[in-house]
Design a protein around this ligand. Sequence first.
Ligand code: DI6
Ligand code: FE
Length: 404
Amino acid sequence: MAERFDRIWHNARLATMRADRPDLGEIEHGVIAARDGRIVYAGAQADFPVDADAADRIGCEGRWITPGLVDCHTHLVYGGNRAHEFELRLKGASYEEIARAGGGIVSTVAATRKASEAELVASALPRLDALIGEGATTVEIKSGYGLDTETEMRQLTAARSLGHQRPVAVRTSFLGAHALPPEADGDKDRYINHVCREMLPAVAKAGLADAVDAFMEGIAFSAEQTALVFETASELGLPVKLHADQLSNLDGAALAAKFSALSADHLEHTDEAGAAAMAKAGTVAVLLPGAFYFIRETQKPPVEAFRKHGVPMALATDCNPGSSPLTSLLLAMNMGATLFRMTVAECLTGVTREGARALGVIHETGTLEAGKWCDLAIWDIERPAELVYRIGFNPLHRRVWRGQ
Ligand code: DI6
Ligand code: FE
């Protein structure tokens, strides 16, 4: 009897992004077949049974299909915005000056504390929709604008709720160690103690975080403070990731590697030793060209060292109100290529397979392979390079999340 599928996409060109194939793992005459939301077959038309049966057959007219895109680093949920701070920066103030003067992250904290869960969801939805509108099927969302237990939990609950309101997989990260709240009176050690003793256990108990993140930086937390947060996360069974070496080299990449972090992110100031440590630990380098561009950073992440040591590279938006008000993975790819000289293949794997790896969901999504969720982006393009090359143009034809 003929095998039965829920849906078949045929007459398609596939960029499977499989790690065991060269380049993009392209298949010129391809078919994808799905059942119960999962890919059952993704491969050559010639090897697909001609008598296969499906409730729904979709002819793709030669369009390209990639895995649904993965944005593995966002701060999508927050109150207010920082357009005013942007104006100040245009008058000459630097990002660090604004942060030290009580603006920056802390001003978003005040606005986030004032917002209800419904307000946080409502203000984040258009940003999420922008990502979805360009083919994103998995989006990571961090807390870190509450900096007290109640507001951090509200942010994470809002993030989970976004995942229920839209056909998209949301992965949450607890970022209590993002900045020092004003009521901490400058005592970072005491605040980190509070994060470890109270906030993180409460978040873990409520099942609100899939991972734990921290901001290790002169204007944020030290290596020792970060290590305390990571040790607590490990005790609670949560994987870690790190905002590392964004504004200065504090050996954040090596610290992330020491804790077998899923990813180390930003990395503009990381040195070769940091890259080597990440390679050994299997920690993904998440590059965030939107922040590099927006704060007019000049130090580029060591892409050549990542290549040399075989560190997987992901690309993400870092969508946040202060340093990267970006809601486009297509633009993030263009910036990755133009600003960091990443290749087309590196950019595309960066927003698919390696983004999924950075979230610890590589077994579920990020490539077109049997057994994974049927998360697809179908594009009106002649060649995959167009997704990286064009600026401000969205050629998405259809997006499929879990077979629908
Ligand atoms: N690094 C960043 O680029 C953002 N957070 C972080 O740890 C900036 C967040 C903000 O300015 O609101
Ligand atoms: Fe960030």
